[in-house]
Design a protein around this ligand. Structure first.
Ligand code: FES
Length: 127
């Protein structure tokens, strides 16, 4: 079953909510899992390549909600180049483990984060 950390974040999620549009300062990553139809949105506010704030919205299972809480919390004040350390293994460790069949949920959150970063980098190249 789930760890206490997963249960607690599922009951009382942190950093959950919409982040309004702030031009180039805001980036979004969106991913939908076609198998279970969970949807994750991660919003990042970035200034000079530093994560100033992060929020998420999700319709998902407890591991998705808990992974979003962890990810949006630990990345604050990180440089975007440091985010490559936020991988599936890191998230699962921070959650005190996940059942094997739920590990893909953490990976989905990681992919959503990377998509938000890619969108930020692509915007920078265009502007
Ligand atoms: Fe769909 Fe967890 S069951 S991502």
């Amino acid at each position: 079953m789930y760890s206490e950390i997963v249960k607690e974040y599922f009951k009382n999620p942190i950093n959950m909510g919409y982040m309004g549009y702030m031009g180039n300062a805001r980036s979004i990553g969106i991913i939908e899992n076609e198998v279970c139809s969970d949807i994750i949105k991660i919003y990042l506010k970035i200034g000079k390549d530093i994560i100033v704030d992060a929020k998420f919205e999700a319709k998902g299972c407890p591991p998705v909600i808990a992974s979003c809480c962890i990810v949006t919390e630990v990345i604050k004040d990180m440089n975007i180049e440091q985010l490559k350390h936020i991988d599936r293994k890191f998230i699962i460790e921070e959650l005190d483990g996940l059942p094997k069949e739920k590990e893909h949920c953490a990976e989905l959150v990681q992919k959503t984060l990377y998509r938000a970063i890619d969108n930020y980098k692509n915007k920078k190249i265009r502007s």
